[in-house]
Design a protein around this ligand. Structure first.
Ligand code: FES
Ligand code: FES
Length: 160
């Protein structure tokens, strides 16, 4: 077993983990953060996407021990003061989800995408989300949701 310390959604956690424990399993099973979904275990579907030190990563492709000392944000930590993040609000406004299985990964990837490119074209969004699969195939509304969020975030910036 190996001791790790990670800051998850603003709270510091220390645990003993097996060296083979995946970060996705650590978040779900040890921290009960089940908003991070596991759809494949082979880095293919993107449903396990979280932010590690501000970057979107697939948490099934990272060992928990590799996250030692890192700052993690999961879908549970995205809203602030009871206010949905604009990307979450966009998925709600534009019906960007059906069964919801892919949604947390889509949202975490889209937040990173918009942080890096606040004014993406439709093509930028489609390319940015290409590592995330939606089995319900609702891609059109997912792209519209991210476009809605980009506009909302631009307005927020203009208000500040
Ligand atoms: S569960 Fe991580 S990419 Fe599918
Ligand atoms: S909404 Fe069902 S998998 Fe995307």
């Amino acid at each position: 077993m190996t001791q790790i310390t990670v800051k998850v959604n603003g709270k510091v956690h220390s645990h003993e983990v097996e060296p083979r424990t995946l970060l996705a399993h650590y978040l779900r099973e040890q921290l009960s953060l089940t908003g991070t979904h596991i759809g494949c275990d082979t880095s293919s579907c993107g449903s396990c996407t979280i932010h590690m030190d501000g970057m979107a990563v697939k948490s099934c492709s990272i060992l928990a021990v590799q996250a030692d000392g890192c700052e993690i944000t999961t879908i549970e930590g995205l809203a602030t003061d009871g206010q949905l993040h604009p990307v979450q609000a966009g998925f709600k406004e534009c019906h960007g989800l059906q069964c919801g299985f892919c949604t947390t990964g889509m949202i975490m990837t889209a937040v990173d995408l918009l942080n890096q490119n606040p004014d993406p074209t439709e093509s930028d969004i489609r390319h940015g989300l290409e590592g995330n699969f939606c089995r319900c195939t609702g891609y059109h509304n997912i792209v519209r949701s991210v476009q809605w969020a980009a506009e909302a975030m631009k307005k927020e910036i203009m208000v500040e």
